[in-house]
Design a protein around this ligand. Structure first.
Ligand code: UDP
Length: 324
């Protein structure tokens, strides 16, 4: 199978590319290197079934050419990371909405299977545990930039499902919950690589807010396997599916585990949200995926334990920091 991965030089995309090459598929990556990097795919360049193009997912002729040449398009290219979204809300909305429009329109012309990456952010401020795919979304006010990301991804989902209904486009929407692992970097706000870098450097580990907010972290290897299985499941077409791990930990708990596993002497400090992000920042208290639908469709259950994930991230960050 020939698979196009938009955002393929990013954290998740590069792992997906690697996985698919390993199962004998052919992969083309499209990436503008905004948050992705050549370093993420350097080990794939030169392999016979791998090719890449540097360009934007909003470039209509380029996307049309690449979609024509593939059997499946996995659309991961997006503005991601809470920090980035707060700093660059215009680019976030435009990239996320426009990019998805371009990919869906190109795929619709040839009825190519399209996997659209969405996010658990779309559940917004709802306090239900766990979140199931049919639950209501509950976003905050438009004056708070954070919700622009959730809203842009929710619009991507509406658009994908609209193409499915109206134009018979085969689509699968995957809602990714806090994917973590090697090659993720902390520059755009993601908590685990940030804590890892701080623990390795012996610097204070910065817990935002009370630290009692909780998340479920999924190793990228599990997320990628779930995406690939969904891609190969006929019954997943037309569906929205949560992808993640349902083991929950508070951010205070995560800081402790990272410090302990790293053997670090770092202090753990609390930083108020309005200092860390912006005034009026709203966080989610809990975000647990209901994984029943994923299991029913694919038989898949995430397997990597959190401590193992933290060890992998620490090893990767040590390698990356020593290479700088
Ligand atoms: N966070 C933190 N310290 C950091 C970065 C993030 O305490 O240096 C918190 C953040 O406020 C959130 C959680 O960690 O409550 C997860 O943040 P991340 O940006 O990784 O993902 P989110 O779940 O917010 O999309």
């Amino acid at each position: 199978m020939q698979v196009l991965i938009t955002g393929g030089a990013g954290f998740i995309g590069s792992h997906l590319a690697e996985w698919l090459l390993g199962t004998g598929d052919r992969v083309t990556v499209l990436d503008d290197l905004s948050t992705g990097s050549m370093g993420n795919i350097a080990h794939l360049v030169g392999r016979p079934n791998f090719s890449y193009r540097i360009g934007s997912v909003t470039d209509v002729p380029l996307v049309a050419e690449l979609v024509d040449g593939c059997d499946v398009a996995v659309h991961l290219a997006a503005a991601v990371g809470v920090q980035l979204i707060i700093e660059q809300p215009t680019a976030t909305i435009e990239t996320n909405v426009r990019g998805t429009e371009v990919v869906l329109a190109a795929a619709a012309r040839k009825r190519k299977l399209c996997v659209i990456a969405s996010t658990s952010e779309v559940y917004g401020k709802a306090s239900k545990v766990p979140f199931s795919e049919d639950d209501d979304v509950s976003l905050g006010p438009t004056t708070h930039s954070r919700w622009a990301y959730a809203c842009s991804k929710a619009l991507d989902e509406w658009l994908a499902l609209a193409y499915a209904r109206e134009k018979k486009l085969p689509v699968i929407v995957v809602r990714l919950f806090n994917t973590v692992g090697p090659r993720q970097i902390g520059r755009y706000g993601m908590v685990l690589p940030r804590f890892a870098d701080q623990a390795i450097a012996g610097e204070p580990i910065t817990v935002f807010g009370s630290g009692e907010q909780a998340r479920c972290f999924c190793h990228v290897r599990d997320s990628v396997e779930a995406i690939v299985r969904l891609m190969r499941t006929a019954d997943a077409v037309g569906e929205v599916v949560n992808v993640g791990n349902n083991h929950e930990i508070t951010i205070n708990g995560l800081a402790d585990r990272v410090r302990q596993i790293a053997g670090s002497q770092s202090k753990i400090v609390r930083v108020p949200y309005d200092v860390a992000y912006a005034k009026g920042f709203e966080d989610m208290e809990r975000r647990v995926p209901d994984l029943a639908k994923l299991a029913r469709l694919t038989g898949f259950h995430p397997a990597v334990q959190l401590d193992r994930t933290i060890e992998d991230v620490l090893a990767d960050r040590r390698r990356a920091l020593s290479a700088q």
